[in-house]
Design a binder for this molecule. Sequence first.
Ligand SMILES: Cc1cc2nc3c(=O)[nH]c(=O)nc-3n(C[C@H](O)[C@H](O)[C@H](O)COP(=O)(O)OP(=O)(O)OC[C@H]3O[C@@H](n4cnc5c(N)ncnc54)[C@H](O)[C@@H]3O)c2cc1C
Length: 455
Amino acid sequence: MDFDLFVIGGGSAGVRCARIAAGHGARVGVAEERFWGGTCVNIGCVPKKLLVQAGEYGAWADDAAGFGWSIRKGPHDWRKLIAAKDREITRLQGIYRTLLNNAGATIFDATATFVDPHTLDVGGQRVTAERIVIATGGHPERPPVPGAELGIISDDAFYLERMPRRIVIVGSGYIAVEFAGIFQALGADVHLVYRQPMPIRGFDHDLRENLAEALANQGVSLHPGCRPEKLEADGEGRVLTFGGGQTLRADLVFFATGRRPATARLGLRKADVATGQGGAVIVNAHLQTNQPHIFAIGDVTDRLNLTPVATAEGHALADSLFGNDPREVSLRNVPSAVFSTPPIATVGLTEEQAAEHGPVDVYLTKFTPMRHTLTGRTRKSMMKLVVDQASRKVVGAHMLGEDSPEIIQGIAIALIMGATKADFDRTIGIHPTAAEEFVTLRTRTRTSGAAKAAE
Ligand SMILES: Cc1cc2nc3c(=O)[nH]c(=O)nc-3n(C[C@H](O)[C@H](O)[C@H](O)COP(=O)(O)OP(=O)(O)OC[C@H]3O[C@@H](n4cnc5c(N)ncnc54)[C@H](O)[C@@H]3O)c2cc1C
């Protein structure tokens, strides 16, 4: 065999797995067909957050007047922003290549596909490996409506020649609401068209409600309960028909309507690897497919599609196979954030999920952050703890508000350690902060779940 391990895909999951395995002394090959660092570095988390931050500067310039500053905000230069973002991304791509090279992995700038269970075609070259890791991630999908190809997807949004003056975003998942915030903050007129009654399905309902309110306060026009019907060109512009014949005209229509695992072109049938819904590779708790020597990690398994999960899986798999440290990655209590304006962060169970297991006490507060008492901006923060009545453990912590991702990261440690409400209560706050609210929530807002039903 040419390699002990061959990794297909140089994204968050693949690079970590290849690097750690090579560090353990394995002979590792890794192929990437598009860009080292994958989605997160090139067309995901990193450039997205830079764009969010670009929008924040505009708001800060507006808000400074409340603190006595006279700042005249000039026009925003989109091209300059994209060029600066591209320089940073190129730097990061270089770092990923260097990390792999330094670890001793053999890198291939090529597409890899299966020829048989132990053989890959890597850019026209036959390569054999004892074990193979599928880490090919996912890609955005357009909805099946006429003219969908006239719309853009998130991959395109990072490379637009011009900032749109008016944009319609279809969808209400985290990518849709993040880009709604970005484009609105950079000066566009933004419409959000979505099927659900509230955005970010799957999140706690108080977060969803408060996010809808925050988006509206920011100036985003919301069109809930509406399906896209067709998209047409009108000169340079686009016309979206949706929600039973309503129309919106815009410079751009952006479909943020979901992602699909990247398995269609991998030749999985030749290796007899089983896939499930949407083409996701099916794995067991050890990230092993139905073929014991073939593994899959990260978004291609379509379980919890987040970069830190992908890297944790890559690391655990490499340690398990070559580092004499077999371990699994727990997908319980994985914190996550939505970089909307303001952001959301969450860990643990939603109130609805927790209430299915038994009665829960909910502690909730909503307030104007200190900064905005002077800026006059309509912006609220919301914080919520969900506490299991029987064990008094905090089983969910949710926040919408400035700095929420930074705050919830720490709270996640407490949840993973099994902290009770009493542990939160005996923690002394840091004053004056928003975070201190999490340790000063004394009054129960409501009880949900079985006990309430029995009352
Ligand atoms: C717009 C957007 C914003 C996001 N924001 C966040 C965020 O804020 N926080 C967060 O945690 N997550 C975020 N994510 C999700 C995150 O990017 C993914 O969870 C993460 O990138 C998954 O890593 P991966 O290695 O599984 O897949 P990817 O990073 O997608 O890597 C897969 C790689 O495989 C390559 N590849 C595919 N097929 C082949 C082949 N046959 N041969 C060779 N190479 C191949 C691809 O080119 C790609 O580079 C975001 C995603 C998007 C799209």
